[in-house]
Design a protein around this ligand. Structure first.
Ligand code: FO1
Length: 325
């Protein structure tokens, strides 16, 4: 059995995982995904876990492909009715099919089930072919510190992302609740007992960063016997999608594949990476990083479809074999 564990945010993580599952289809592999829950939000009394749902719908075949999040064949009757009541927020739209997921989740959470059990119950319908674990059963929410007309204030990540379009500069990111959170059952074991650990091309600050904010997860990555290999979400000084540049700038990291590798750090240097993959257009960064002691390979990193994502996953597994500590 080849045990592969991956940390994942939303769209980029989910599409990479679909490639990883395809790449491992012919061998006996167990894939465990540790999903970001820092984006989670409560809206109209419903608990919404955007990144867990993006992974679940993408691997389950229910995703809205073009949009990258939410359900295929979605309708918005509830949203229209809320608008008729003048009930916002207008910047966060919940589709009717998607709402069923949040109803099941909220109902189970209020009955006392931990998020990890709830997630497993939801995933039973979709048959992902991977085990999806939330990073923690405890509530951790990413808030963004901004300048609100001369006064520092913090807004929920979703408000900054969707309402402010990440246009108001972030001064900092705060993972509220992270200090007291513990990893969900199975998370630490999945890292410790893995044959390979992968960091998909997810947002390093608000996706991977929030997972690493849960005490114990970073230590597990630094000490696992498995090689840890990451893929850059930045190609040629720009994020492939999303607004990772605005997030990286806020924490003082340049938007480049080279700088993100430095941000994660090499395990030889108390960081979390044994290997790194950058886009073929960032070959110079690959050479420099390799020279500096972090084995880095340059390959095409655009996920046009499942095949290109699978090729990336195969390359990441190859690098893992080469750098196995
Ligand atoms: N993204 C949008 O651009 N607009 C929305 O109204 C919106 C609603 C939404 C509802 C449920 C859900 O699971 C995701 C949703 N997203 C929406 C996407 C979400 O904001 C982002 O994909 C992630 O939070 C970033 O990782």
């Amino acid at each position: 059995v080849r045990r592969v564990t991956a940390l994942a945010g939303g769209i980029g993580g989910a599409r990479f995982l679909r490639g990883l599952r395809a790449a491992l289809a012919d061998i006996h592999a167990e894939i465990t995904v540790i999903g970001n829950t820092g984006d989670d939000i409560t809206m109209h009394g419903l608990r919404i876990c955007p990144d867990l749902d993006t992974v679940m719908y993408t691997l389950g075949g229910g995703i809205h492909e073009d949009q990258g999040w939410g359900r295929a064949d979605e309708t918005y009757t509830v949203k229209e009715e809320l608008a008729a009541y003048d009930v916002g927020p207008t910047w966060f739209g919940l589709g009717d099919r998607d709402i069923a997921t949040h109803l099941v989740r909220s109902q189970m959470l209020s009955a006392g089930y931990p998020l990890s059990d709830v997630t497993a119950a939801l995933c039973a319908r979709w048959q992902l072919g991977v085990a999806l674990l939330p990073m923690s059963d405890d509530r951790v929410e990413t808030h963004v510190v901004i300048d609100g007309d001369g006064q520092r204030r913090a807004v929920h990540f979703q408000e900054w992302w969707l309402h402010l379009h990440a246009g108001v500069p972030a001064q900092d990111f705060v993972f509220i609740g992270a200090d007291e959170a513990t990893p969900a059952p199975g998370v630490i074991d999945a890292i410790r007992n893995a044959d390979v650990v992968l960091l998909p091309p997810s947002n390093p600050v608000v996706s991977i960063g929030s997972i690493l904010a849960v005490p114990g997860i970073g230590d597990a990555l630094r000490t696992t016997a498995a090689p840890v290999v990451g893929l850059s979400p930045i190609i040629g000084n720009a994020p492939v999608r999303g607004m990772a540049d605005a997030c990286l700038t806020a924490i003082g990291v340049e938007t480049s594949a080279y700088a993100v590798a430095g941000h994660y750090g090499s395990r030889a240097d108390q960081g979390i990476l044994d290997g790194w993959l950058v886009d073929e257009s960032d070959k110079d960064a690959a050479d420099l990083l390799t020279e500096e002691g972090l084995p880095t390979r340059a390959i095409p990193l655009f996920m046009h479809d499942v095949d290109t994502a699978a090729a990336m996953a195969t390359a990441a597994l190859d690098v893992a074999d080469e750098v196995r500590p």
